[in-house]
Design a protein around this ligand. Sequence first.
Ligand code: COA
Length: 533
Amino acid sequence: MTVLDSALDTGGPDYAAARAAMLDKLAALDTEHAKALAGGGEKYVARHRERGKLLARERIELLVDPDTPFLELSPLAAWGSDYAVGASLITGIGVVEGVECLITANDPTVRGGASNPWTLKKALRANEIAFANRLPVVSLVESGGADLPSQKEIFIPGGALFRDLTRLSAAGIPTIAVVFGNSTAGGAYVPGMSDHAVMIKERSKVFLGGPPLVKMATGEESDDESLGGAEMHARTSGLADHYAVDEADALRQARRIVARLNHRKALPDPVALAEPPKYDEDELLGIVPGDLKTPFDPREVIARVVDGSDFDEFKPLYGPSLVTGWATLHGYPVGVLANAQGVLFGPESQKAAQFIQLANQRDIPLVFLHNTTGYMVGKEYEQGGIIKHGAMMINAVSNSKVPHLSVLMGASYGAGHYGMCGRAYDPRFLFAWPSAKSAVMGPQQLAGVLSIVARASAVAKGQPYDEEADAGLRALVEAQIESESLPMFLSGRLYDDGVIDPRDTRTVLGLCLSAIHTAPVEGARGGFGVFRM
Ligand code: COA
């Protein structure tokens, strides 16, 4: 066995300070998550209940198997925007009749469940996850369609939602729509493009145009039921495959549909129950220092995440600022790449490129644990070829075909974010800890660079430089970049799949790995770009 030792001093002041800082950040995160849970607020929730309807989360709860976890994705979508936190849509992975499904549910208590630009991004991300991992999609529909004031942001790109449903179907990935209420105009194409549609007596309203629009267009008098009720669609149009008498019946029928899908995972679940880490997961709270400039050993994290804390390190003496090695996580084999001292040098980059190729040869998913300030700059390093070495690592990450999971623990700056499989490099899932920060560079560095450029420009024009204004501007820029680097801001923009409690890392990665193994895991046996040597 190659069980990692721990040097974490859980009785020391550094641990206590790091833990206190993390708990503060988690409390702030809880406050924001509570906003997503509150949906449209008391008034709209009460009105919804008075109508005898279940809340979106209650619908999900009745859909999934009892006592199984629901891995909610992007709960902070729209954070920091003018729209409600959560973006009037819930998305996540849940188990229905033993099958892992991608579940989406409109929240009709938030502006009638209408889709704003963030709702669209969140829904498209959910489709991407379903596609990459071959997860059946269950859509729990009740929406006012496009958020009309922001239609210019969503009408044209929003067509991708319906395109995705039929592409999923074409790829053999089942799609199921359960309509709880309004599903008009474009929304009608959700049941329209899904493989299976369930509608509910006197609840579902599925039409291209409602009675007022029909009256305007053709002069015809009509009503909701005859235009798009469940009874009509089940008996006359044939759009409804299943007629449910109420919401609970609809969810029961949806479960029966999933039970009959004959959807099989490409890879079996691991046989043995995985051994938990040797060290307490609670200690993950006290590893990342409050000040990210202080380095920490990522082996302390690995030791609290992988099975039995058992880790076979690859090239431990070479490129020591990046830790690479093999482990299992909830029984699934993984290769881990974790930043140690923050900066990536040439040897670290080459080691990463080799390691990524090895994982591809062996069909082993990769986990990237971020805490990097980027690739090393300076004359010595430029002359040593840091660009071509960094390019090697980015080439390997870009063309790797095994699933990637990224966790931003601390810093994730500059091209280091790219080399460690940042969002643009399509990791299957990407989560951030509340301690993470991500930007083109650190706020102080960025403000300093701007100041040097401004000073040089003034000198070139022969103008005096206003030192007082410079100090003010630096402070302003620093504060702006700092706020834009924080996880809630980035999560609001859908740059991750959620901000998680560090203690949940093993569970979250385990759920992701299980979902990932629904699709085949096949590495690239070649097909990398030209590696500059
Ligand atoms: N865009 C923007 N805001 C919308 C909206 C939309 N598509 N649909 C509803 N809202 C707003 C309402 O203005 C209302 O705001 P307020 O409470 O501040 O006045 C809030 O969301 C709740 O809507 P309300 O109509 O009271 O809820 P409801 O549950 O009784 O009815 C709908 C919900 C969706 C049936 C109804 O709002 C509706 O028909 N909306 C328009 C649907 C449509 O034609 N969409 C265009 C499709 S492309």
